[in-house]
Structures are given as structure tokens and as C-alpha cells.
Design a protein around this ligand. Structure first.
Ligand code: FES
Length: 143
């Protein structure tokens, strides 16, 4: 085999072996749909009615939508559900049933049942979720 033939043979081999990768790279950018946010828009199970009814609160730290604190009973008309991560520095807030508000143990921020800031230093509201009972499950979705 002549040197020129060898170089063109190797070059052709390289192109041929790279082509599927190049096609795959291009096609994934142009034809594969990007992941949708449908998972975050759907109702997600965060626990059971038995867990909720035990104390009137249900904490799910690893739910599909992130940390969730659900307050209420399975027979409640309006369940309250928030991300209990304080928006000030990230401590976990607790529900104060008597006062009907969330309180942060770290620096004293307080939030209403709707997640809105009642008292600083936090400035941003807690993330809230719609919550309901489906069979024996407590389910939430971003509101
Ligand atoms: S972390 Fe909650 S008030 Fe500072």
C-alpha cells in the first residue's frame, strides 16, 4: 500500500467512525425534545394519610418536588403545604398550630399559612404547594 493510499484509508476510517457520533450529537440537539417540567407540574405523592393524621403534620424531605411540609388532617378542607426551607439562610421552619404560622428557629423569621413573610429577617415567602388527598395518599403539586 502506498503512503498516500494509507493516509486516505486511515482518514476515511476516522470519518466513518466519527460519523455516527456526529449524527447522534446533531440529532440530539435538533430532534430530541428537552425534558419537560411535566414531572414538577403533576401531583406527587409525599406520604400517606396515616402519617399525616398521626400528628397533623407530614414532612417529606426527599419528595419528587423537594422538601415538603404538609399541615392538616386527611379530613381537612384545606391542607397547607410548603417547602419548609427558610428563605433567609435555609433552616427548617416549624408549624406553630396555636398561632397558625411557620416559625424559623434560627433567626426568628415567621411566615403565614400562605407562606408569606410575617416577620423578617427573611424577605422572600416560602414556596407553597397545592395539596390534596388521593385515596390513602397525600399528594402535592407546585401552586
Ligand atoms: S434561617 Fe430562618 S430566619 Fe434565618
Amino acid at each position: 500500500m502506498k503512503r498516500r493510499d494509507f493516509i486516505s484509508w486511515v482518514g476515511l476510517g476516522w470519518i466513518a467512525s466519527s460519523l455516527p457520533i456526529a449524527i447522534a450529537a446533531c440529532s440530539s440537539e435538533t430532534t430530541t425534545p428537552k425534558p419537560t417540567s411535566s414531572a414538577s407540574g403533576d401531583w406527587q405523592k409525599v406520604g400517606t394519610t396515616a402519617e399525616l393524621d398521626k400528628t397533623g403534620q407530614l414532612v417529606a424531605n426527599d419528595s419528587p418536588v423537594g422538601p415538603v411540609l404538609v399541615v392538616g388532617k386527611s379530613q381537612s378542607e384545606n391542607l397547607i403545604a410548603v417547602n419548609p426551607t427558610c428563605t433567609h439562610k435555609g433552616c427548617t421552619v416549624a408549624w406553630k398550630d396555636q398561632a397558625k404560622k411557620f416559625a424559623c428557629p434560627c433567626h426568628g423569621s415567621e411566615y403565614g399559612a400562605d407562606g408569606k413573610v410575617l416577620k423578617g429577617p427573611a424577605e422572600k415567602p416560602l414556596k407553597t404547594y397545592a395539596a390534596k388527598i388521593e385515596g390513602n395518599s397525600v399528594v402535592v403539586k407546585p401552586s
